[in-house]
Design a protein around this ligand. Structure first.
Ligand SMILES: C[S@@+](CC[C@H](N)C(=O)[O-])C[C@H]1O[C@@H](n2cnc3c(N)ncnc32)[C@H](O)[C@@H]1O
Length: 287
């Protein structure tokens, strides 16, 4: 294993032209998509993502807390707090996985509200459903299996839609945001919590070493899959910068889009709103 690690090189962060390869327009033109640094036919990406989360589902929460030193809970609590949810609201958690964001949202919306954990991976949702926190809010939490690029909800259904660490796994990212736009009520809020590029160069160098040496090592020792954890780091390096993501949300039709960096920019929270009066057919033209 050490021999293998010595051969590992730490890849840098991608430039704008490389990051464009993750965008819907490039994928439509080329017919290929990336999952981490792996290029594949676009029809194959969902299968690769499913296989990945099938592999990690059982240990997902444990590894998340270990690898982030528990900080992801702080990020998630903060992200839900920024949404400023009210009692009785209807909330959608896209790519909800084991449901951390949903549980924090359920606390805020109280017994008269509903949160839908929406994920294409059944094992991830099953792993979350049996946790004490999820069971505590079982009346408010609803689990729906489906693809984020084709939400199975009516237009103008939710007061808030959120996505945590999931949007970069979609094949067509804008399509995912357009779907969130569609199901939000006018005035409804979108929140996206996603990994990003640390701002400080020294901190970034340490983070890079951690991501490409220690995460795969721990993944291989504790979760039986080093590759899954280097893939996680790869997808982060391919992903849009906070400013690019802000522009994407604006292009989909959201207004008042802002973002906040967390922990020197390891993650960022984007917040936006669906306007009360619609521009002409925003999601169809721009997705
Ligand atoms: C990194 S996990 C994040 C889970 C959770 N939101 C959290 O913050 O802990 C990403 C989740 O996105 C889901 N996912 C990826 N692509 C999806 C898609 N196209 N449609 C629905 N879910 C998807 C995966 O199955 C996985 O559960």
């Amino acid at each position: 294993m050490l021999h293998q690690m010595k051969r590992l090189r730490i890849p840098g962060w991608f430039g704008r032209s490389e990051r464009q390869k993750m965008m819907d327009e490039h994928i439509a033109r080329s017919g290929t998509a990336y999952f981490g640094f792996r290029e594949m036919a676009r029809a194959e990406k969902n299968k690769a993502v499913q296989a990945h989360f099938n592999r990690v589902a059982a240990k997902y929460d444990f590894m998340n807390s270990l690898l982030s030193f528990g900080i992801h809970h702080f990020w998630k609590r903060k992200a839900v707090r920024i949404l400023d949810l009210r009692p009785g609201q209807q909330v959608l958690d896209v790519c909800g996985g084991t449901g951390d964001l949903s549980v924090y949202a359920a606390r805020r919306i109280g017994p008269d509200g509903d949160v839908f954990v929406y994920d294409m991976n059944r094992r991830m949702m099953e792993a979350g459903r049996s946790r004490p926190g999820n069971r505590h809010y079982r009346r408010q939490l609803h689990y729906v299996q489906g693809d984020a690029e084709r939400l199975c909800f009516a237009d103008n259904r939710f007061e808030a839609a959120m996505v945590g660490f999931g949007i970069r796994n979609l094949t067509h990212l804008k399509k995912g945001f357009s779907e969130m736009y569609r199901v939000l009520k006018p005035g409804g809020k979108v929140m996206c919590l996603e990994f990003s590029r640390p701002v400080n160069p020294l901190f970034r160098a340490l983070y890079d070493g951690y991501s490409f040496y220690f995460m795969p090592l721990l993944g291989s020792l504790l979760a039986g899959s080093g590759n899954s954890y280097s893939c996680l780091s790869e997808t982060i390096r391919m992903f849009a910068t906070p400013d690019e993501l802000k522009a994407i949300l604006g292009a989909v039709g959201f207004e008042s889009v802002s973002y906040k960096r967390l922990t020197n920019g390891i993650a960022a929270i984007h917040l936006g709103r669906k306007p009360f009066s619609f521009p002409a057919e925003p999601s169809k033209d721009k997705a």
